[in-house]
Design a protein around this ligand. Structure first.
Ligand code: CA
Length: 220
């Protein structure tokens, strides 16, 4: 069973997160300050930690993560409220796996937790995502439909990998460009539409790739 520790001092947010995570069938352990959070993580050895940055007491979320990283590589998903916190998270020396800004929807958190967990399982043959008859193996860079390999162009593959990596999350065309083409690429975001059409043509209706109006695209 997937176990998650949520370190969050606002009871409303903590309860809501716990509710949504339990709906997924995950075990959830709550802590409301940094030290208790560390103790809980060490005692429970969870698959993932959801960690609020602003915590009461001696240790804030950054301290907890830094301390944790001395002995553990458990995935950490930060909850953050401020831009300067995001800058520090993106500084990466903290060792975060992802972050979500408040206010957020619990559904978004669940999707991001799933994405982080999938990435965490990245090594080995288990890194395969199935969508009906379609199987995507990110490790081997292989996609099959009914067991038959489907040939994708380099950019089609990069786009598909970005979507699989963020399954359940609606991504804008710009986000997809950054993920699949790289932040330095300059061009028309409609390039994404062209490649989405190609993916749909090659993989057919079984690929659960939805157009999200006003945003972009979502897989799953
Ligand atoms: Ca807080």
């Amino acid at each position: 069973m997937t176990a998650i520790v949520v370190v969050e001092d606002e009871p409303d947010i903590a309860d809501l997160l716990a509710l949504y995570c339990r709906r997924e069938g995950w075990a959830v352990h709550l802590a409301t300050d940094g030290q208790t959070g560390l103790d809980t993580i060490r005692a429970r050895n969870p698959d993932l930690v959801v960690l609020d940055v602003g915590l009461p007491g001696e240790l804030d979320g950054f301290d907890v993560c830094r301390e944790l990283r001395r002995s553990s590589d458990v995935p950490v998903l930060f909850l953050t409220a401020r831009d300067d916190e995001i800058d520090r998270i993106l500084g990466l020396e903290i060792g975060a796996d992802d972050y979500v800004t408040k206010p957020f929807s619990p559904r978004e958190i669940v999707a991001r937790v799933k994405a982080v967990l999938r990435r965490g399982r990245g090594s080995g043959p288990g890194n395969r995502s199935d969508y009906g008859p379609i199987a995507v193996d990110l490790e081997r860079r292989e996609v099959t439909c009914d067991g038959r390999p489907v040939a994708l162009a380099t950019q089609e593959w990069a786009l598909l990998a970005a979507l699989v990596d963020n399954e359940g999350i609606a991504l804008s065309r710009q986000q997809l460009l950054d993920l699949a083409w790289g932040p330095d690429w300059i061009g028309d975001p409609r390039t994404v539409d062209v490649h989405v059409r190609q993916l749909r043509r090659k993989l057919g209706d079984d690929l659960p790739l939805a157009t999200v109006r006003g945003i972009g695209y979502r897989l799953g």
